[in-house]
Ligand binder design. Sequence first.
Ligand SMILES: Cc1cc2nc3c(=O)[nH]c(=O)nc-3n(C[C@H](O)[C@H](O)[C@H](O)COP(=O)(O)OP(=O)(O)OC[C@H]3O[C@@H](n4cnc5c(N)ncnc54)[C@H](O)[C@@H]3O)c2cc1C
Length: 471
Amino acid sequence: MGTLRLRSPIVAALHDRSFWLQDTGADAITTPLEGTVHAEVAIVGGGFTGLWTALRIKEQAPGTRVVILEADVCGSGASGRNGGQAHSWFAELDLLSAVVGVDEARRLCADTADAIADLERLQRSGAIDMDLRLDGWLWTASAKAQEGAWDRAVAMTEAVEPGRFRSLSVDEIERRTGSRVSYIGVVEEKAGTVHPAKLALGLRQLALARGVIIHERSPVLDIAPGRSCALRTARGEVHAEKVVLAANAWLSALSELRRYLYVVGSQVIATAPVPDLLDRIGWRDGASICDSQAQVLYYQRTPQGRVIFGRGSGELAYGAEIGAGFNRSPQHSSGNIRELYRVYPSLRDVKAEYDWMGPIDCTPEHIPVFDHLRDHPNIFFGIGFNGTGIAQTPVGGRILASLVLERDDRWSRSGLVGLARRTTLPPEPFRYLGGKLVRAAIRRRNAAEIRNRETDPLTRYISTLTPKRRG
Ligand SMILES: Cc1cc2nc3c(=O)[nH]c(=O)nc-3n(C[C@H](O)[C@H](O)[C@H](O)COP(=O)(O)OP(=O)(O)OC[C@H]3O[C@@H](n4cnc5c(N)ncnc54)[C@H](O)[C@@H]3O)c2cc1C
């Protein structure tokens, strides 16, 4: 059986890391792998997915020897770079239903609502201080073309959980966000924001306390599959009966998965702290806010009064090439800063002190998928969180744990399990060229629509060749 070759992420220089990672001084606290060790389960990747999977395995089978191999520092991937918006899957109920059917989709949405409640328990009990603030998630429109983007998901949610979303008036949006640029929308009140790096580092601590062995700065170079798989790093090897690939966008290195996965960058900035100014305009709490443009804007105010402002405007990766531009790309931050000043003209003199990028693992359905590799029934994976992972990866962790532990339960039988049923993407270079064309059309259409202008029919058509993405 052929060796599976992985690609190590390009480790970001300290000053190129996200505000969140710099704010926590995130660093490795575990030693790199040296020599040969044995495990029942080896997990590649110490982000939310890998850490939650390890914790779920330990919940169900505490005696299992679980080893996590993380290329850099736990949380250094998307988990420590994201927008910190914690909201349930109800906003994707329509997309989920298309993949798993309405009944399971409803249950999965409820699971993510439970995951938010679990985060609240972790915060309250003092187990993880993640700055969780459940002040609502506002899904808004700032232009005519965006109005009603939520209609389908909200109508479907209303049938199962009346009142989960509530309509917002322009006055309420202004009162809660300090801006009238978004003027219509809905709110999910049982949602909000976290400090994602604090969450990731807290999960690392919890996993260590439960007996999970973690080796940071240990990129897995390749895996020799077999009854016992050998995961090779620069100076060591883990021999494991089961493997979980939780390396997010970097799993595009595997051709079997790349057929179902494309990677795009999302760009985020953090302003200087301006708590008094934000208080004055009325933006006081920890709500998470997004609009409905194709290059979605997502933003929050930190407890210290910084504005975190993200935008799904980054580049498409060619094949598995996730270059240094996916860590930081000042070229993309300028567009983001312009958008910040459009939404908040009163912040025009406030500097963006940090800017960074992160790779988003996208599937055509915009919903994750779990399974084992076709020829390797003991190597499992979870990919495709599509920019929505804070409340979703705890659910993914349950699915992966049940697959690994060979449980026959609702998680292992989930409709999210099964790669073969998903849509494949064209091979390179067609995928990249086609994707570039579509993203360029989206950019043009987006620029016109946020000014309430029409786009030409061709641009409009090309821009619809991919579904919308949040995050
Ligand atoms: C810019 C951005 C904004 C986002 N905003 C939000 C948001 O506001 N709300 C929300 O819910 N979700 C958001 N998301 C999505 C969310 O962050 C992800 O879905 C989630 O973090 C995925 O977790 P993960 O563990 O699968 O991936 P990651 O956190 O990326 O973890 C994968 C880990 O694998 C490691 N790795 C890779 N290759 C190897 C190897 N060969 N050997 C060992 N280790 C390896 C990496 O170093 C990394 O730490 C956003 C994502 C991005 C990028």
